[in-house]
Write a protein that binds this ligand. Structure first.
Ligand SMILES: *[C@@H]1O[C@H](CO)[C@@H](O)[C@H](O)[C@H]1NC(C)=O
Ligand SMILES: *[C@@H]1O[C@H](CO)[C@@H](O)[C@H](O)[C@H]1NC(C)=O
Ligand SMILES: *[C@@H]1O[C@H](CO)[C@@H](O)[C@H](O)[C@H]1NC(C)=O
Ligand SMILES: *[C@@H]1O[C@H](CO)[C@@H](O)[C@H](O)[C@H]1NC(C)=O
Ligand SMILES: *[C@@H]1O[C@H](CO)[C@@H](O)[C@H](O)[C@H]1NC(C)=O
Ligand SMILES: *[C@@H]1O[C@H](CO)[C@@H](O)[C@H](O)[C@H]1NC(C)=O
Ligand SMILES: *[C@@H]1O[C@H](CO)[C@@H](O)[C@H](O)[C@H]1NC(C)=O
Ligand SMILES: *[C@@H]1O[C@H](CO)[C@@H](O)[C@H](O)[C@H]1NC(C)=O
Length: 899
């Protein structure tokens, strides 16, 4: 295992090395495109495929683009040699690359450039020479009849003039930004008089003078960008007049230091079709009356980030086509002594206005007619405005009564109370944002009366909103209801405030410290797809010890897709907690105290793709609970749990992690072992599962082997030793059930031994056993049926009685005994019975002949193993061992009868 890991490591290192080397030294060829960027090339590579169409050699150290080297790539259409040190354009370049369309040599050191250098570039459509040190002769671009885009920005050019005669007939975009151009002379654009220039970029220029008639040469001009140039009002006024001779529709004057706009500023534009005017990020504080009256075609006006003092009923006069107006952060007090003022009817001329952005402003407030006349207004944003909204009522927004408003953003405007009917003007309103205010009230429901088509209400982040069963009774069409970090009081109503909101799709109740709800709160919300309940206090509801049992508050939410339950203090989840949530895609249970999940908890979650159970108290990840739900996951968040890195707890999980395609963010940093001490604080990816792997099959092998062995052993035991089991079982049962030895002392026996022998062996007994009596000094009294049976006693009874009066029963075992039916059946049985019943080790076997055990068992149901070895005696063949035999016999007859 270790060796394998080492080789893997080596392999990784090797491939890493290879790939890094590869991307550093060679051009990447992808079909007909070649990427040779950032290779410190000092010369054009000569080993690329000949048929390439795109060659990108940006960010290298090329000093030239020699036609000799480039001629190899005749099919080139696109050539990028930007960010090199090229000083000259090879006059033959376009000749050897007849199909070249785009040549990019920005940020090089091209200095002298003349007409003949570009003589062959007839087919070029895009030429970028930005960021060089261009010094051009007249008519440099004369041959570029197909050029559409020309960029000569950042070249310290002093004039916009690039030619003396009409040329560049196809040019559409010309960028002259960031040069040192301060004036535009009348004839400067003569070279474009045959062109159809659409967009002219003159950004960041120190422009001061614009001569009469200079733009008349570029009559097709649609867009002019003058951003970041410092322009005075005289210049803009002149510019307007010049633009009147163009087709200008888009004028950008962003960040140009304009401070005043008056009725003559845009006067020149009165006959244009200007549709977009960007005046944002300027210093405009005064817009005089009727300043925009010339711009009747204007559709979009950007005035954000200015310092306007005052909007009057005449400010926007004439802007009858305006569709959108951005005044965000355009009315701010700043250092001024007085707050900006927005007069009544300020917007009355804007009868076609649809979008009005007034966010981030500070002005005196809304008046009865502030928004009057906005007959087409659909979107209004007043967010972050300091406009003295506090308690709002039906009068506050009444000036919007003519506006078919669809969207109203009142985020963070200082509202503390909404009175009945405030929004009754907005039967078309779809989205209402009133979050991040200071609202502190009980919602009776009348506040939202009239919002007949509302689909979204955002009320999160208010101070203290208390719900009542009828809070949303006038907004049954609602689909999204956001009530995060805003609620106070209980939600444990008999009749839920959400009842009847049959189209409710998104409900946010997060961060409310909600502790008491019942299982009817969400009932009927069959369309609910997103439920946010994180950061509440719902733990009690799911405790098994909850009075009345766990509250299954999610039941019936059959369309739920996203469920957020983080930070609720959950330490228990009932097995049915997620029952029926078969559409659920995302479940977040992070930051709780969970460590056990019922095996069937995730059973219904067949659509789950994202699961968050990070920061809980999960110790082990059992296969039975998680296997199925993990198998469909796209993302798992399970970090920061106190994992127990033992085979038992983690083997399956770590094994799964090694194989899965599921994305597991933070796998290397957040999945840390908490125990056992050996792995404490190390990543679970360091937990070596190879011993588990070996152990698992081995344990299986071991346990199955044990089972088989036990089975075999039992079978064998029962087959061959069953008698012994039975015997000792019987002994045990007798003992336990109280057939205790009636211990009358050894004295109750009349005889020392009862001798069972075959009739044939009587002589041997007479000769060898009876004399023992004398030998042992009358120690033993033998009983033998022939001798001691009292006269007249029935034979069987007599035998039983004799046996019971004898301390030991001696079997004289010979083949004759085995064949004696009388002995076989009755006497042996009786002897065994007695031995068992009295728990006595009372039997002595005396073998006169060599009898195998199986034979003994077959006939007498006895085995040698049943008896103590000292009670099994063999009659010696040799005479000299007789003494030893007698000694043994004495021990056997004298030994205790206890088992
Ligand atoms: C321009 O391109 C066409 C085909 O794309 C080619 O036939 C023609 O020779 C090229 N013109 C020049 C001047 O290279
Ligand atoms: C422009 O405003 C001035 C005063 O500021 C006024 O005298 C003049 O008549 C106005 N011109 C137009 C065309 O409204
Ligand atoms: C534009 O203004 C000029 C002069 O102020 C005027 O002669 C002309 O009629 C105006 N054109 C339009 C369309 O208002
Ligand atoms: C603008 O308001 C003033 C009063 O403040 C009024 O005399 C004037 O007629 C209004 N102008 C327009 C165009 O409504
Ligand atoms: C406010 O005054 C400070 C210092 O007088 C100045 O730096 C700042 O630009 C002024 N801000 C505005 C919006 O005029
Ligand atoms: C409402 O305005 C706030 C503050 O400007 C902004 O964060 C929020 O995105 C706006 N809401 C919408 C839906 O545009
Ligand atoms: C608002 O309506 C509720 C419910 O109809 C009513 O109880 C309450 O008095 C009303 N508030 C005002 C200020 O009219
Ligand atoms: C719920 O949505 C459906 C389909 O968009 C619509 O027909 C129905 O009128 C809506 N119900 C309510 C109460 O808005």
């Amino acid at each position: 295992m270790k060796v394998e890991a080492f080789f893997y490591f080596l392999l990784k290192l090797f491939t890493l090395h290879l790939s890094s080397v590869e991307c550093k030294t060679k051009c990447l060829v992808k079909g007909e495109r070649v990427d040779c960027t950032r290779l410190k090339l000092t010369a054009v590579p000569s080993d690329l495929p000949e048929n390439i169409s795109d060659l990108d050699m940006a960010h290298n150290q090329l000093h030239e683009l020699p036609s000799s080297a480039m001629s190899r790539y005749k099919e080139l259409i696109y050539l990028d040699a930007s960010y090199n040190s090229i000083q000259k354009i090879d006059p033959e370049l376009c000749l050897v690359l007849p199909h070249l369309h785009a040549l990019k040599v920005q940020h090089n050191e091209v200095h002298l450039l003349s007409e003949k250098d570009l003589k062959h570039c007839l087919n070029l459509t895009e030429l970028n020479l930005s960021g060089n040190r261009l010094k051009m002769t007249a008519d440099t671009f004369r041959h570029l009849q197909n050029l559409k885009i020309l960029d000569v920005s950042k070249n310290e050019l002093k004039s916009v003039n690039l030619g003396m005669s009409p040329q560049l007939s196809s040019l559409q975009v010309l960028n002259l930004s960031e040069n040192k151009i301060s004036e535009i002379k009348k004839e400067d654009f003569i070279y474009l008089s045959n062109s159809s220039l659409l967009l002219l970029k003159l950004e960041s220029l120190p422009l001061k003078i614009i001569e009469r008639g200079c733009l008349s040469m570029i009559g097709q001009l649609h867009g002019l960008v003058l951003d970041n140039s410092k322009l005075d009002s005289k210049f803009i006024e002149d510019l307007s007049y010049e633009l009147s001779e163009t087709k200008i529709s888009n004028l950008s004057l962003k960040n140009t230091d304009i401070s005043i706009i008056n009725n003559s500023t845009f006067r020149g534009l009165n006959e244009t079709h200007l549709t977009v005017l960007d005046l944002s990020k300027n210093q405009i504080d005064i817009i005089s009356e009727y300043s925009f009256k010339w711009l009747s075609k204007l559709e979009h006006l950007y005035l954000q980030e200015n310092f306007l003092d005052h909007l009057e009923n005449t400010t926007f006069y004439g802007l009858s086509s305006l569709k959108s107006l951005n005044l965000g952060r355009a009315l701010i007090r700043g250092n001024k002594t007085s707050t900006p003022v927005v007069d009544d009817f300020s917007f009355q001329s804007l009868e076609n206005l649809e979008y009005l952005v007034l966010q981030d402003n500070e002005f005196t407030g809304l008046k009865d007619n502030t928004f009057s006349g906005l007959r087409n207004l659909k979107y209004l944003t007043l967010s972050n405005c300091n406009i003295n909204l506090n308690v709002i009522n039906s009068r506050t927004l009444s000036s919007l009564s003519q506006s078919p408003l669809l969207f109203l953003n009142l985020t963070s405007v200082g509202i503390s109370q909404i009175n009945n009917g405030t929004f009754s003007w907005f039967p078309h309103l779809i989205k209402l944002y009133i979050g991040h205010n200071k609202i502190m009230q009980t919602l009776s429901g009348e506040e939202f009366r009239g919002l007949e088509n509302i689909e979204e209400i955002y009320l999160s982040y208010n101070q203290k909103i208390t719900l009542r069963p009828l809070s949303f009774c006038h907004v049954k069409t609602i689909r999204t209801l956001m009530l995060g970090r805003t609620l106070a009081g209980s939600l444990d109503f008999n009749s839920s405030p959400f009842q009847g909101l049959q189209n409710l799709t998104v409900l946010d109740l997060s961060n409310n410290n909600i502790a008491n709800i019942n299982d009817a709160l969400f009932s009927g919300l069959e369309h609910l797809k997103i439920l946010k309940l994180q950061h509440n206090n719902l733990a009690r509801l799911w405790k098994s010890g909850n009075p009345g049992g766990p509250v299954l508050f999610l039941k019936g939410l059959i369309n739920l897709r996203i469920l957020q339950l983080e930070s609720n203090g959950f330490d228990e989840i009932p097995a049915d907690g997620f029952k029926g949530l078969s559409q659920l895609i995302e479940l977040d249970l992070g930051l709780n105290d969970l460590n056990f999940f019922p095996e069937t908890l995730f059973k219904d979650l067949s659509s789950l793709r994202v699961l968050g159970i990070q920061k809980n108290l999960i110790i082990s990840v059992p296969e039975n609970t998680f296997k199925k739900v993990f198998s469909n996951l796209h993302i798992l968040y399970m970090g920061k749990n106190p994992f127990d890195c033992t085979c038992e707890s983690m083997y399956w999980f770590v094994n799964w992690l090694n194989k899965t395609n599921t994305s597991i963010p933070g796998l290397n940093s957040e999945y840390i072992c908490n125990s056992p001490p050996k792995y404490y604080n190390s990543s679970i990816s360091d937990f070596d599962i190879s011993p588990c792997k070996d152990l698992a099959p081995f344990a299986f092998f071991l346990s199955s082997a044990i089972v088989v062995l036990v089975f075999l052993f039992s079978a064998i035991l029962i087959q061959f030793q069953g008698w012994r089991v039975q015997f000792f079982w019987n002994v045990l049962v007798n003992r336990i059930l109280g057939y205790k030895e009636i211990d009358l002392g050894e004295n109750r026996f009349e005889y020392d031994a009862y001798i069972i022998h075959a009739a044939k062996d009587a002589t041997w007994v007479d000769r060898n056993v009876i004399p023992l009596r004398d030998k042992f000094q009358n120690m033993f009294h033998f009983s033998s049926e022939e001798r001691d049976i009292a006269a007249g006693t029935f034979e069987l009874e007599a035998i039983i009685e004799s046996m019971s009066k004898s301390r030991k029963i001696v079997f004289i075992i010979t083949n004759a005994l085995l064949n004696d039916p009388w002995c076989k059946r009755f006497k042996v049985h009786q002897a065994m019975h007695q031995a068992i019943e009295q728990s006595r080790d009372s039997i002595v076997l005396l073998f006169l002949e060599d009898i195998p055990d199986y034979k003994l068992h077959q006939t007498l149901f006895l085995r040698r193993g049943m008896f103590k070895s000292q009670c099994i005696l063999y009659w010696p063949v040799q005479n000299d061992r007789l003494q030893a035999f007698y000694q043994k016999m004495r021990v056997a007859l004298g030994s205790s009868n206890r088992v």
